[in-house]
Design a protein around this ligand. Structure first.
Ligand SMILES: NC(=O)c1ccc[n+]([C@@H]2O[C@H](COP(=O)([O-])OP(=O)(O)OC[C@H]3O[C@@H](n4cnc5c(N)ncnc54)[C@H](OP(=O)(O)O)[C@@H]3O)[C@@H](O)[C@H]2O)c1
Length: 249
């Protein structure tokens, strides 16, 4: 495998399983020092062990991205151990509500927007002073095809994924001035715990050209491309990684 991230430090949120873990693994395999995090210590410990089996250089930190002190601690621990941040991947999202959009309560609505949108922006803002010190640094946000074409059964979550596409575009010029590229991935149905309802019993392929679910390592390969210098003239963009599923032209 190519080593596009030698001497790079990558911080990936929500990375003890699923897409975030695969991104950490991929960037690590390509030479990055990786910082992984999630809310539960046991999951952090297990994920670090898995990465260390492959001799990957990594640090695990417990962090709830919705908590300001946790975000600050995550960045501090990264700087303490590795001395900088080259790549920030904002991957966390929650979805506490399934069903009719009008049955959601205010607490669930706030949770979705606090975690999926607000904490994504705040973590990027907190990391900018460190990212701007590095050469060829990158921010990557994980949205969803639901951000383009809302799914009825997870409508509030879908709505929360649209601003991430706008945020990527909106932050592009300010990031470019600092030498930072910012991009986004909109995955389709990827086989993880989060999306079990879409693939467990009867897989829902919607209009997916490839008539199959995607896998975390396929999103991770897209993430590695966007964060590498192979994508050196790409910023403010969202790449759909969805096997051709209906999203946009
Ligand atoms: N899977 C799909 O089909 C699909 C499709 C489109 C987009 N996406 C997007 O891809 C991203 C990852 O999804 P996934 O399917 O990989 O999810 P997943 O398998 O459920 O993994 C979620 C990860 O995030 C952590 N996490 C959850 N809440 C957190 C918080 N508040 N602070 C820190 N860490 C937190 C979890 O660990 P803890 O429980 O220990 O916190 C876990 O490591 C999300 O943004 C999702 O919207 C997924």
């Amino acid at each position: 495998m190519e080593k596009r991230f030698l001497n790079k430090i990558a911080l990936i949120t929500g990375s003890t399983e699923g897409i975030g873990f695969s991104i950490a693994q991929r960037l690590g395999r390509e030479g990055a020092k990786v910082v992984i995090c999630s809310r539960k210590q046991e999951k952090v410990t297990k994920a670090v062990e898995q990465l260390k089996v492959e001799n990957l250089d990594c640090l695990g930190v417990v962090c709830h991205v919705g908590i300001e002190d946790d975000r600050r601690n995550l960045i501090e621990k990264t700087i303490e151990k590795y001395g900088g941040i080259d790549i920030l991947v904002c991957n966390v999202a929650v979805n506490p509500h399934h069903g009719n959009i009008f049955e959601i309560d205010e607490r669930q609505w706030d949770k979705i927007f606090d975690i999926n949108v607000k904490s994504t922006f705040l973590l990027i803002k907190q990391a900018i002073p460190f990212l701007k010190q590095r050469k060829d640094s990158n921010v990557l946000i994980i949205s969803s095809i639901a951000g383009y074409y809302p799914s009825q059964i997870i409508a509030p979550y879908s709505i929360s994924k649209t601003p991430l596409i706008g945020m990527t575009k909106a932050m592009g010029p300010a990031c470019a001035e600092l030498g930072i590229r910012v991009n986004c991935i909109a995955p389709g149905v990827i086989k993880t715990k989060f999306s079990k309802a879409f693939w467990y019993d009867e897989p829902i392929y919607n209009d997916c050209f490839m008539k199959r679910v995607g896998y975390s390592d396929e999103v991770a390969a897209t993430a590695a491309f966007l964060c590498s210098n192979d994508a050196s003239y790409i910023t403010g963009e969202t790449i759909i990684c969805a096997g051709g599923a209906n999203a946009r032209l």
